[in-house]
Structures are given as structure tokens and as C-alpha cells.
Design a binder for this molecule. Structure first.
Ligand SMILES: *[C@@H]1O[C@H](CO)[C@@H](O)[C@H](O)[C@H]1NC(C)=O
Length: 382
């Protein structure tokens, strides 16, 4: 009699062991998604932009000390090291995502379409309305629409070449879509013009939703949308608005209010989008509150400088000079220990900060619904 019980229970145990040890052994979520497709601006760009292209300020991304921490060379990431998208790739057990514009790259684990300076609103709109920001931008920036065009080009020309539409959609359903922060550059672009921020907000959010509709139309089923950070806490904003009122986190109140309003509208529209697309799982990555949480607990996280740039010029409260930004030949040098700084170059963050944010997004509750729930809804074994 005993053997009748023992044999099935032996197999049951074996199954349990296999379930537990096989996928958990290397990376917790390895094998969960087939690919990552990523979009956004310089906070997500892993190399689509090079120095001297398009941007006037922050045009030294191909120069040291960019990349000094993890890569030990510039990789055209706007940081000393990895970005949130890099930590997401590593969390899923993938190699780091190559930029779309690197034609020699291996795209078998996904593609990063994010591009520095990227706006939510089409560049044509700004050009037609003669809105040119003199501080940071030239004209002809890539917008979210460009990234959608690149994605379409990739899907039609590579990923789904020669297969049916249905097969293609099935592939897309197995991928994770990361829509990194987009919109901050739109507000920068209208700086000093008579164009109103609330108009930008409406248009930028509408374009983001239009973009989501387009990727869902191609089969996307799992999407994480990242909101705007508290832009009023960036060293560049603080240095250029020294005499503006501060909020209780010590940042420029107006700029943070603007980002909060943007996120509020984005969330409203995301909720509508969820109702209209019940089969799609949409997470909101709360960049704004995650950032402020780390800043409030800066010491606990090992940060000694919540505001000052690690890589800048001029010293003082912010160590930021618009005419001499990070990587500018001769003038700037990085701090000795970037892990003690939240801000890298005035506008972008250090790898240390991105790593803390990634942990809040992917290990804690700063995605709504949570990243764990996403993994469960994908029915990944772990
Ligand atoms: C999440 O937590 C695990 C276990 O502590 C850690 O290994 C991993 O690096 C964390 N992920 C992120 C993105 O911080």
C-alpha cells in the first residue's frame, strides 16, 4: 500500500523542487517576458543620442566622466552608470537593452527607442508655432511619434518580418513595454515663450495615451508607464530659479507643482485607458513620490548631497553652471564618490539614485499595481 502513496508524492516533491529551484536560481523573474521595448527621453536613453547631436547643453554625454561608475567609459547614457531601464533589464535576467540606432546591436532581448531631448508633443508642432527654447534645445528633436515610427519600422522590418499579424501580436503579448518619463522636455521647450504649461500638459498627456493606443494596437499587453519626477528638485532647476519659493521638500515649488499636475492628469487618463482596454495590464511607476521618498530619507540611503550635482562646475549649493555642464572639456570634474549624490549633472541622476528608484519600483510598492502583481498576471513561474 505504501508504495502507492510514495510514488506520486515523490513526483510531487520533485515537481515542487523543480518549480522552486529552476527559475529562482539565477534571477527571480528570468524567462518571464520574451523582450523589453523601451521608450522615453534622456532618463531612459541608453545610447540613441551622441554628443553634439541636437542638444546644446548636456551635449557631452560621449565624454568622460559619463559612464565612470559601472561601464568605466562613456556609453551615451546620461549618468555615471546604469539607468532604471538597465536595472529593469537585469531584474528580468536580460542583457542591457541596446539603443535602436546601434545598427550592429543584438536586439534579441529587446530594443530601447528612448532618445534624449524626446518630447511627448511632435516636433512639427513646436516648429509650426515657432517655439524654440534658447537654453537647452536646438530645433528638430525626436518626439514620442518618432519613437513609435522606429518601433513600427522594427516590428515590420525585423521582429515580425514574414509572419502573420496574429503571430506578430502573440509575440508582442509576451513582451514588456516600458514607457519611461516623457513630457519634462516639453515644459522645458516652452520656457520663455508665451505658450502655456496647461496646454502642454493636455497635449503631452493626450499624445502619451495616443502612443499607448498605438502599441496596444500592435499587440502590447504588459505596459509600465513612468510619471514625471519632481523637476523642481533638479540642481539645474534650483540653480536657475534661486529666488523662487520652495516647497516643504526644499525644492522649487512651482516646478514640482507642475510635475504633480502632469502626473495627476496622466493618472486620470491612464485609468480611462485601463477601462477601455481591460485585457491590458498597465502599471504606473510613481517616479515623483519615489524620488521624494529617497530624498526625505537621503541619509538612510547613504546620500550626503540631495541637491548638489556630482559632476558640474562652480561649487556652491548646487555646483551647477549652465555654460559649463558635466563633460565640458577642462572645466568640470566629477565628485570622488557618486554614490553620495542623488544628482549627476544637473538634470540627470546618479546610478546610485536610479538603483534606489528601481528598487522602489520593482521590489516595493511604487508601481501601481505592483511589479509583483504584473509578474503574477503574466503567470511567470517563480
Ligand atoms: C530586489 O531585491 C532583491 C533581493 O534583495 C535584490 O537582489 C534586487 O537587486 C532588487 N532589485 C532591484 C531592482 O533593486
Amino acid at each position: 500500500m505504501a508504495s502507492f502513496v510514495d510514488i506520486p508524492s515523490f513526483f510531487f516533491l520533485l515537481l515542487l523542487l523543480l518549480l522552486c529551484f529552476y527559475p529562482c536560481s539565477s534571477t527571480k523573474h528570468a524567462g518571464c517576458f520574451s523582450k523589453i521595448y523601451s521608450f522615453g527621453d534622456s532618463l531612459t536613453d541608453t545610447g540613441n543620442t551622441h554628443s553634439s547631436e541636437e542638444l546644446m547643453a548636456f551635449s557631452h554625454v560621449s565624454e568622460p566622466p559619463y559612464g565612470m561608475t559601472y561601464f568605466h567609459r562613456p556609453t551615451n547614457r546620461f549618468s555615471d552608470g546604469r539607468l532604471v531601464i538597465d536595472f529593469l533589464a537585469q531584474t528580468l535576467g536580460f542583457p542591457l537593452l541596446p539603443p535602436y540606432r546601434d545598427s550592429t546591436a543584438d536586439f534579441s532581448h529587446g530594443v530601447n527607442f528612448a532618445v534624449a531631448g524626446g518630447t511627448a508633443i511632435d516636433d512639427e508642432f513646436y516648429v509650426l508655432n515657432r517655439i524654440f527654447n534658447k537654453i537647452t534645445f536646438n530645433n528638430a528633436l525626436e518626439s514620442l511619434q518618432t519613437q513609435l515610427d522606429w518601433f513600427t519600422e522594427f516590428v515590420e522590418g525585423v521582429e515580425c518580418k514574414g509572419i502573420s499579424l496574429n503571430e506578430c501580436k502573440k509575440k508582442m503579448k509576451n513582451a514588456l513595454f516600458w514607457v519611461g518619463e516623457i513630457g519634462a522636455n516639453d515644459y522645458t521647450r516652452i520656457y520663455g515663450s508665451s505658450f502655456r504649461p496647461d496646454r502642454v500638459r493636455d497635449m503631452a498627456v493626450a499624445n502619451t495615451i495616443k502612443f499607448l493606443r498605438a502599441v496596444v494596437g500592435k499587440g502590447a499587453k504588459y505596459i509600465i508607464v513612468q510619471g514625471m519626477p519632481p523637476t523642481g528638485c533638479m540642481a539645474a532647476t534650483m540653480a536657475m530659479n534661486k529666488f523662487m519659493p520652495k516647497d516643504d521638500s526644499g525644492c522649487i515649488a512651482g516646478s514640482n507643482q507642475n510635475a504633480a499636475l502632469h502626473n495627476k492628469l496622466l493618472l486620470e487618463k491612464l485609468n480611462q485607458f485601463r477601462q477601455q482596454n481591460p485585457g491590458v495590464v498597465v502599471l504606473y511607476a510613481d517616479f515623483f513620490n519615489a524620488y521624494l521618498y529617497v530624498q526625505k530619507n537621503a541619509r538612510k540611503y547613504g546620500f550626503q548631497e540631495p541637491f548638489k550635482t556630482c559632476c558640474g562646475y562652480g561649487g556652491g549649493l548646487y555646483n551647477f553652471d549652465m555654460k559649463s555642464t558635466c563633460g565640458y572639456p577642462g572645466a568640470t570634474k566629477p565628485c570622488t564618490d557618486p554614490t553620495k549624490y542623488i544628482n549627476w549633472d544637473g538634470v540627470h541622476l546618479t546610478e546610485a539614485m536610479y538603483s534606489k528608484l528601481a528598487s522602489l519600483f520593482f521590489n516595493q510598492s511604487y508601481c501601481q499595481p505592483s511589479f509583483d502583481q504584473l509578474i503574477k498576471s503574466k503567470k511567470c513561474v517563480h
